[in-house]
Design a protein around this ligand. Structure first.
Ligand code: 5GP
Length: 337
């Protein structure tokens, strides 16, 4: 047994300290970034916020709404091959896992539509050799695709995945709003520290990271970018909107949508014909208040980010990390009266 002594941090443990700034208005802040990826050797420009590949979040309707703002959507894994003809290639990850049939799904996609512009290889545990080999194989099959792969939370595995062919490594084990890995398995890593540590290693080898999970408000998104995340993936913050294409439930005159984890019993029942007996669900279902169109939420997130940039004098999102000083806090909010 080993015990690491330094305390790791979540978004809730810090705030961003304001700094003298030459910016006079939030309008001056540019949230678009351009990346040159190491393995696909291609470039991409846009606002690097990604809707998670979850039911009720990673939908084609979400893709259309977010694409207008040049944000990205990772489609959930449950669409049929024919449906991808509606894909906005510049703002959409085609998502696969590594189970039986996933390699074939990628093969079929390539045969029908060519190499995906953006490919996400998504598993709960990115530490298996099988996953690493799958990423290598996918890179051979799709040499020009922007490949994002994850999830992991440590520098050494981030580096291995980039060397295996990933352009972007997705960071996060345990921080998701409907994730129960921390309580079921006792496994995880506080998300702010995971992002800081993995981004450092990724950038050294010219790769990138996507901070996935744990953002509960626009301020957390700003903290993730401040911690050197290149992309930020959002699940719960984008759940409960019209674009989730879900049934809306009414309770006592109030509207709600179901939001469930991809490894929850609900997801297993829906997509896998039930939970395998050797597995415990590592996700849960919650009811989230129905929020209408996602447009307003997007405006709020982008507004928050612009505000954070203005407070620290970052003219572009790319400058946010170098302008960020985190302060450790005991509480996030001032006490209410
Ligand atoms: P959120 O933005 O809601 O905090 O986190 C979204 C992320 O939670 C997803 O992108 C995914 O990585 C993770 N996630 C989604 N469903 C599950 C689940 O059932 N179990 C676990 N362990 N993580 C999940």
């Amino acid at each position: 047994m080993k015990l690491e002594g330094d305390t790791k941090l979540d978004y809730i443990d810090v705030l961003i300290r304001p700094k003298k700034s030459a910016l006079s208005s939030r309008q001056e802040v540019n949230l678009e970034r351009t990346f040159k990826f190491p393995n696909s050797n291609t470039s991409w420009s846009g606002i690097p916020i990604v809707a998670a590949n979850m039911d009720g979040v990673g939908t084609f309707s979400m893709m259309r709404a977010l694409g207008k703002h040049r944000l990205v959507t990772a489609l959930h894994k449950h669409y049929d091959l024919d449906e991808y003809r509606a894909m906005d290639k510049e703002h959409t990850f085609f998502t696969i896992g590594i189970k039986d049939g996933c390699e074939e799904k990628l093969e079929q996609f390539i045969r029908k539509y060519g190499e995906p512009r953006m490919l996400l290889i998504d598993v709960a545990n990115g530490y298996t050799e099988k996953f690493l080999n799958f990423v290598k194989e996918a890179r051979k099959m799709a040499p020009t695709s922007i490949i994002m792969a994850g999830n992991v939370v440590t520098g050494e595995m981030t580096k291995e995945l980039i060397l295996a062919g990933a352009d972007i490594v997705k960071i996060g084990i345990g921080p998701g709003a409907v994730c129960t890995t921390r309580v079921i398995a006792g496994v995880g890593y506080p998300q702010l520290s995971a992002v800081i540590e993995c981004a450092k290693v990724a950038h050294k080898v010219k790769g990138f990271v996507c901070a996935d999970g744990g953002c509960r408000n626009p301020g957390d998104v700003a903290k993730a970018f401040g911690a050197e995340a290149d992309f930020v993936m959002l699940g719960s913050m984008l759940s409960g909107h019209e674009e989730g294409d879900q049934d809306i439930i009414e309770i006592n005159g109030k509207k709600f949508a179901e939001h469930y984890g991809s490894s929850s019993r609900e997801a297993m029942d829906k997509h896998n014909g039930g939970q395998a007996s050797y597995k415990a669900a590592e996700g849960k279902k919650i009811l989230v208040p129905y929020k209408g169109k996602v447009e307003e939420t997007v405006e709020e997130i982008l507004g928050g980010l612009r505000s954070a940039c203005t407070y620290v004098g970052a003219r572009r999102l790319e400058e946010l990390p170098e302008q960020t000083t985190f302060v450790l806090v005991n509480r996030q909010l001032s006490p209410s009266i």
